[in-house]
Ligand binder design. Structure first.
Ligand SMILES: Nc1ncnc2c1ncn2[C@@H]1O[C@H](COP(=O)(O)OP(=O)(O)OP(=O)(O)O)[C@@H](O)[C@H]1O
Length: 742
């Protein structure tokens, strides 16, 4: 099939770019279709076929990563997402769903390494069948595998409770609540693949967005969907949601919490109104031949008309300008002794005034074009502006927002930029261009005439240039070119990523407990149909602005109209490690129930002095697999250095690291990282440094510690100098060498 598809692709491309527009666009569509098919056929290599169902009615069915038929339309392989494959995941001896036997095939490359059978209907089996049964646990084999630093698909071993989540209906909001290691992330990714298969046309057109907590995490999961043959899904963090920006910097938790507070929506709305405020004194415009006056009445009337248009600030500006220019034109007519003038004359005068630099500068002061970036920079940068816009916040809170200049945008700024973009509206591209050209001329003229106190004009011209100098405009231009068909093909995911107003077909939010109310507002804007999968664990909320309950998060948007599934089995952490983590969970809330681990027989967790860390890391690396040191933020640099000195190839993830850096950390034998970056990841062996400092580093610290303690698949230890809290006391001590003689 690969060869055939490759041939078809070659033929289409060889036809060349000739003919009418329509011919060309057909050719492109075919080329795209063959290229996608080819990519899919290559992507499913690992574990192509992994199951067999002996079905009472359908006979023998092979289940695989995609569906295949031979030339006679004989089914060879059934896509795992097809309804007929469902018993592979759901059938039980109590409800066999027409299946007598389910067989798991474990393969390495193209060799079958093991088969394992689940007997579902003993009576229906022949003697021969009974003799060939073999009951190895494919699941346990998969769970025991060493970690590679990248998440893998679990298509061969999806469990029944997970399958229910994966195949849940497309519509509405589905919340998947589950403790650490219950497969929330991996299930969410399989759900994306399932939904794309089942609702291909709709979702390919609108796209699927998956939001993760940080760039390292996205790197960790990015292989899963391609390995299932699905490539056109957009993976993003909230920090990347605003086109043209990648904000990964973090800030102090109290500032982040405030910026995520829903009261910020009103602060921004007021910050915009502040820029439409009528000055107390009349504005004099010296036009040489005569002087015009903009008085309060004129301004208020123009402003009211603009506000009544109910359009966003930048678009309402046209109404404001027109109304003010009309009033000025009438004033000119009066000044020239003309009395009443007709509409044509009014229009002429208006257009004449519009080109006057003095008038333009005044208009811009009274109702400036604003970009979201500009609005925020000027708000953070001025105590006066904050006093006005943030009057509902306390003086201390206003002080938290104060910042001179913005060196880089943080994750918590992004929802605010998005909110501001909503309030401000787009600036028409043509207007921007025209204004930029004029501004350039004016800047030149103003520079020459600087001595004539034309500061206002100069400032205006600078502002406009700054405004139009934004790369977004270029982006838009490039995008438009591609749409015209003379650029390379743009996938749905790429188009969606570049368009702030894109409405997705489905949105999946992972580690959803971390998001602030302001972040939820941004996300909800992108999914007006509310077709969403929200995945998380309230007990793991580390962010101060994060969720305390799913109802708090969702009721403002879909009160009473969301459904919840729970995942209760922990596939990551062995019983011995989970017992320790559960003691910490009880300190967060004794009511919270830890998930049940499927594996036992792991090493007992241990404790050791902090000073032994470098030696212990070395010993753990010797044991094999991926090792992580999870440290309090304040000690990251210091402990990172100690570990770097001890082990070759160790990597320290600084908070807010970019995607490339995250990848390096995942590939390294040892990663030293803070809890925020360890979210959602897993390692064979984890050493948690100064657990009590982690628990004390923020109001949600105990949840952070719980997260840190549940990252290991095999081995766990803590190193400390400070005394351990009750929950962690009594751990056997380990000085050096392998744990427990393991
Ligand atoms: N059915 C399964 N078959 C094989 N492996 C599985 C299965 N379910 C989960 N796993 C594995 O268990 C581990 C934990 O899964 P995952 O990271 O999705 O959990 P999570 O609920 O998102 O955890 P956390 O809340 O801690 O981030 C992963 O290695 C995943 O591949």
């Amino acid at each position: 099939m690969r060869e055939r598809t490759q041939g078809q692709l070659k033929d289409v491309l060889a036809a060349g770019a000739v003919g009418t527009m329509q011919n060309r666009s057909e050719r492109d569509t075919f080329a795209e279709m063959y290229a996608t098919r080819l990519a899919r056929l290559w992507a499913v290599e690992r574990g192509l076929a992994f199951g067999r169902l002996d079905h009472v009615d359908e006979g023998r069915l092979y289940i695989g990563k995609l569906g295949l038929s031979d030339d006679e339309q004989e089914r060879l392989l059934i896509d795992w997402r097809a309804p007929i494959a469902q018993p592979f995941y759901r059938a039980t001896p109590a409800a066999p769903m027409g299946v007598t036997r389910r067989r798991h095939l474990q393969t390495k490359e193209r060799v079958v390494k093991a088969v394992e059978d689940d007997l579902l209907d003993f009576d229906a089996l022949t003697d021969d069948d009974r003799a060939t049964l073999n009951g190895e646990a494919a699941l346990l084999a998969a769970l025991d595998e060493r970690r590679t630093g990248r998440m893998r698909d679990i298509v061969a071993t999806i469990q029944s409770e997970q399958d229910r989540v994966i195949r849940s209906d497309l519509g509405g909001v589905l919340v998947v609540q589950g403790g650490p290691g219950t497969g929330k992330t991996v299930v969410a990714l399989h759900r994306a693949a399932y939904l794309l298969y089942t609702h291909r046309e709709r979702l390919e057109r609108r796209g699927v967005l998956i939001l993760g907590p940080n760039l390292t995490f996205l790197r960790y999961i990015e292989q899963v969907l391609p390995s299932l043959g699905e490539t056109d899904v957009l993976l993003s963090t909230v920090g990347e949601l605003y086109p043209g920006l990648v904000a990964s910097a973090r800030e102090r938790s109290e500032v982040a919490a405030l910026k995520g507070d829903p009261r910020m929506a009103e602060v921004l709305a007021k910050a915009v109104r502040d820029r439409q405020r009528v000055p107390r004194k009349p504005v004099e415009l010296n036009l040489g031949r005569y002087t015009l006056t903009i008085d309060r009445n004129m301004l208020e009337s123009a402003r009211n008309k603009a506000t009544r248009s109910r359009r966003p600030h930048n678009q309402a500006r046209a109404t404001f300008v027109r109304s003010l220019l009309n009033a000025l034109a009438r004033q000119v007519a009066r000044t020239l002794g003309k009395g009443l003038i007709d509409d044509d004359e009014l229009a002429d005068l208006r257009e004449e005034l519009r080109t006057e630099p003095v008038v333009r500068a005044a208009l811009n002061r009274l109702w400036p074009y604003l970009t979201p970036q500009r609005l925020l920079v000027s708000l953070y940068g001025s105590a006066e502006r904050l006093d006005y816009a943030a009057s509902a916040l306390s003086p201390r809170e206003r002080e938290l927002l104060r910042r001179d200049g913005v060196a880089e945008w943080t994750e918590s700024d992004v929802p605010l930029l998005d909110e501001a973009a909503e309030l401000l509206g787009e600036i028409d591209e043509q207007v921007l261009r025209a204004t930029a050209m004029q501004a350039e001329e004016e800047l030149a003229a103003a520079r020459e005439a600087e001595e004539h106190e034309r500061e206002a004009e100069l400032a205006y011209a600078r502002e406009v240039l700054e405004l139009t100098g934004l790369s977004d405009v270029m982006e838009a231009e490039r995008l438009a070119e591609r749409h015209r068909g003379d650029g390379p093909y743009l996938t749905t995911a790429e188009r969606a990523a570049a368009d702030r107003n894109w409405a997705y077909g489905h949105v999946i939010v992972d580690e959803a407990q971390e998001l602030s109310p302001m972040a939820w507002r941004s996300i909800m804007r992108r999914i007006p149909t509310r077709s969403m999968t929200i995945v998380g664990d309230i007990a793991q909320t580390g962010s101060t602005a994060g969720a305390r309950s799913w109802a708090d998060v969702l009721d403002p948007y879909v009160a009473g109209r969301w459904r919840q599934e729970r995942l209760s089995v922990n596939y990551r952490t062995p019983v011995e490690l989970m017992a320790l983590a559960s003691r910490v969970l009880a300190t967060i809330d004794p009511e919270l129930e830890p998930p049940t681990s499927v594996r036992e027989g792991g090493a007992e967790p241990w404790s050791a002095p902090l000073a032994a860390l470098p030696e212990l890391v070395k010993a753990e690396v010797g044991e094999g697999g991926k090792v992580a040191v999870v440290a309090p933020d304040a000690m990251l640099a210091e402990l990172g250095e100690a570990v770097l000195g001890a082990v070759d190839g160790a990597v320290v993830i600084a908070p807010g690291a970019g995607r490339a850096h995250g990848a390096a950390a995942l590939d390294a034998p040892v990663a030293v990282l803070g809890v925020a970056d360890a979210k959602g990841l897993e390692f064979d062996s984890v050493i948690v440094a100064e657990p009590d400092l982690i628990a004390g580093q923020s109001p949600r610290g105990p949840s952070d510690l719980y997260v840190a303690l549940t990252r290991a698949t095999q081995r766990l230890g803590v190193v400390h100098e400070r005394p351990l809290s009750q929950a962690l006391s009594g751990l056997p001590s380990r000085s050096n060498g392998p744990a427990n003689g393991d």
